[in-house]
Design a protein around this ligand. Structure first.
Ligand code: SF4
Length: 346
């Protein structure tokens, strides 16, 4: 069993290949289920077993004090503020992200049929590029329902479909024509080389058509419990760049991953994707970030904060606009009224 965290899916797609493919914890600690989790440490080659909590998908551990000195100055302050904010709302990635989909569609699939779970996880990741979580989720439901009478949503069934038949199920997602072909080819490779299962190394996974490093690392983390690397998507890349957690040279997700991994302790590698993706989907959205409900803006921590927005009163109009975001932001909006630092910072 593995840590049940959510993964994003608003990933990058480019060219002929997918190029890129817990205060809270203490508050909720007593509510969370404690499970024994076995995680294979791929890099060290050892298998370590330790107690790990399965927390709600919007609850993330904060940075340990011992780790605060690593990385760019102040990174842990930003990270911890995001953890605080993420505990106040449930983002699309938390319930409709790639990792959650197979289990949402078929409860307990991961524990009852891990191979089928891994296959569906792979498909959801392949469908996810240039596609919102919500659309991806509906497509996965369509596949599951549509294939139910012909053997179920598994590699044996999907491998018998032609690319055009696959396309008829996935027409709502971005680049569906190309994805149909990639899925058909990938099924054949998995059957021929991997007995119908997903390979366990990043090198083998990125050889599959239409599967990039981001997908590969997330697949290994969620499908096999292998913490091979950080899954960097557009949100994480954008935020890491904005906070100067990476250098200007890290202008691709892959370069971003390498720089982040050079200083971020490995224990945060699995969390950082869903943590930042949910934040990027709802609060620090591209182009018009909601700095007025962001702790980093209100406390003057983020240098990219929109001062004009921060000085505006929380009008009914603004509140209505915020409520149209992809998550219920009531808890964050309510914080503004109580926040002395916000008043001082204006
Ligand atoms: S203050 Fe604004 S720009 Fe900075 S992290 Fe928050 S929402 Fe994003």
């Amino acid at each position: 069993m593995k840590d049940e965290r959510r993964i994003d899916s608003d990933a990058d797609f480019s060219g002929s290949q997918y190029l890129e493919e817990a205060k809270a914890k203490t508050e909720n600690k007593t509510k969370s289920t404690h499970l024994k989790v076995e995680i294979e440490e791929q890099v060290s080659g050892k298998v370590s077993e330790h107690e790990q909590e399965i927390l709600p998908p919007n609850i993330f551990p904060k940075v340990d004090r011992a780790d605060e000195g690593t990385g760019p100055k102040g990174w842990s302050t930003i990270y911890n503020e995001v953890v605080e904010m993420r505990s106040k709302f449930v983002a699309p990635v938390d319930h409709q992200g790639c990792e959650s989909m197979p289990n949402t569609i078929t409860p307990n699939l991961q524990t009852q049929n891990p191979q089928k779970y891994r296959f569906q996880l792979l498909i959801s990741l392949m469908l996810s590029s240039q596609t919102k979580d919500e659309v991806n989720y509906q497509t996965m439901v369509k596949l599951n329902n549509g294939l139910a009478s012909s053997g179920g949503f598994c590699i044996e069934t999907v491998s018998k479909l032609t690319p055009s038949e696959i396309d008829s199920y996935i027409a709502s997602v971005g680049f569906h024509n190309r994805k149909s072909q990639y899925i058909a080819k990938t099924c054949q490779i998995l059957l021929q080389k991997y007995k119908g299962d997903i390979p366990q190394t990043i090198e083998e996974i990125v050889e599959l058509p239409g599967v990039g490093p981001k997908m590969g690392h997330l697949l290994l983390q969620c499908g096999w419990g292998i913490n091979s690397g950080i899954g960097v998507d557009v949100h994480l890349h954008r935020l890491a760049s904005m906070w100067k957690w990476i250098s200007p040279k890290a202008n691709t997700p892959e370069k971003c991953r390498i720089e982040l991994e050079s200083w971020l302790p490995k224990k945060y590698w699995m969390d950082i994707n869903p943590l930042m993706v949910g934040f990027g989907q709802v609060v620090c959205v591209p182009r018009t970030p909601n700095c007025d409900v962001c702790n980093l803006g209100r406390k003057g921590i983020c240098k990219s904060r929109n001062q004009k927005l921060l000085k505006m009163p929380m009008s009914e109009e603004r509140r209505a606009k915020l409520m149209k975001q992809r998550a219920d932001l009531t808890n964050l909006i309510n914080l503004i009224n109580d926040d002395v630092s916000y008043t001082l910072n204006k």
